[in-house]
Design a protein around this ligand. Structure first.
Ligand code: NAP
Length: 332
């Protein structure tokens, strides 16, 4: 389950990372904090050493719960904590702010909430159209040189943004959306990361639960759950994606005796991705982790998967709906 994440920083992490967005609760219809801590501890006990979080997940709550769970688990030095900077919020509305001032205050808040004096992977959450990427890079470089952060990551960026950032500061990790239904980075970010030896963390491994196998035509989401507005979960497309899940599940069971969830995560790892970020907020959701390892998808299987996707998802849509707005429109 271990993999080297980066040659320069010598960070080693498991190939599955626990994603803590839903643990934060906001945009996910709320959270149960006791379950959340149990889930993080269960992940660590199952050998997951990479925890991905962000200040904006539950507006500080996810980081606090990660901090609490890691302290209870008691082995900070064996955990790779990946958090982020560069998003602000006001009255529950999130906006981009990758200004050096914001980054300097974000890092202090994250260290406090995470109960730690260093962050293993510190990622720009979203590029900010109002701040030149070089300025953000200089702020992150200062934290890296001081040892406050041990690796620099960029999330939701293009190869051009990565390239520009690298003129000022090193980049070790890229975090992008990547799963069986969201493969846009295959055309740009993945080849770039491969060429330049950057670790890649794939977020949304289960496509917000769609690839878990739990979703039914009448599944309902409550409160502020983002799946109420996620275009993949809207009637016409939802039917297509559910058909795809059924076809993939049938293939996984017949060929490997596995479920669609295991196939979805295995597929990410076999695409050469450093780690798949799997969001969970109940310990039992991590039970299928044992089904991910000890087998591989060969070329023929991957071609079959591509064919099944093509036959079932005739009107695909990407994850763009998640992009937060620029600061001017929200916090002027
Ligand atoms: N950098 C970025 O901009 C960015 C954006 C998105 C995500 N991420 C990172 O990537 C992580 C993963 O992405 P994600 O959380 O959006 O989505 P995900 O991993 O695709 O899906 C997470 C959801 O899938 C469901 N699920 C998980 N295991 C399950 C199981 N065994 N059975 C049934 N359902 C299961 C749960 O939904 P229910 O709890 O509702 O059942 C869970 O909250 C995030 O937590 C975050 O760390 C980063």
């Amino acid at each position: 389950m271990q993999a080297k994440a980066d040659a320069d920083t010598m960070l080693i992490s498991s190939r599955i990372g626990l994603g803590t967005w839903s643990i934060g609760g906001s945009m996910w219809g709320g959270t149960d904090q006791a379950d959340a801590v149990k889930t993080i501890r269960a992940a660590l006990e199952l050998g997951v050493t990479l925890l991905d979080t962000a200040p904006v997940y539950g507006f500080g709550r996810a980081e606090e719960l990660v901090g609490r769970a890691v302290a209870e688990h008691g082995s900070r030095e064996h955990v790779v904590i990946a958090t982020k900077a560069g998003l602000g919020w006001r009255a529950g509305t999130v906006y981009r702010d990758a200004s050096p001032r914001r980054i300097r205050s974000d890092v202090e808040d994250s260290l406090r909430r995470l109960k730690t004096d260093y962050i293993d992977i510190y990622q720009l959450h979203w590029p900010d159209p109002l701040v030149p990427v070089e300025k953000t890079a200089a702020a992150l470089r200062a934290l890296y040189e001081r040892g406050t952060i041990r690796a620099i990551g960029l999330s939701n960026v293009s190869p051009l943004e990565i390239q520009t950032f690298r003129t000022v500061a090193p980049v070790h990790v890229i975090q992008s959306p990547y799963n069986l239904f969201e493969r846009g980075i295959e055309n740009d970010v993945l080849p770039y990361a491969e060429r330049h030896g950057l670790a890649v963390l794939a977020y949304g491994a289960l496509c917000r639960g769609l690839l878990s196998g739990r979703m039914r035509p009448d599944t309902k989401f409550t409160g502020d759950d983002l799946r109420q507005s996620d275009p993949k979960f809207q009637p016409r497309r939802y039917r297509q994606y559910l058909r795809a899940v059924a076809a993939l599940d049938g293939f996984a069971r017949e060929r490997y005796g596995k479920t669609v969830l295991a196939l979805a995560v295995r597929w990410i790892l076999d695409q050469g991705i450093s780690a798949a970020l799997w969001g969970a907020r109940k310990p039992e959701q991590l039970a299928p982790i044992h089904d991910i390892f000890g087998w591989y998808l060969d070329l023929e299987a991957r071609e079959t998967i591509d064919r099944l996707l093509k036959e079932t998802v005739t009107d695909p849509v990407g994850p763009d709906f998640m992009a937060p707005p620029a600061r001017t429109t929200v916090a002027a």
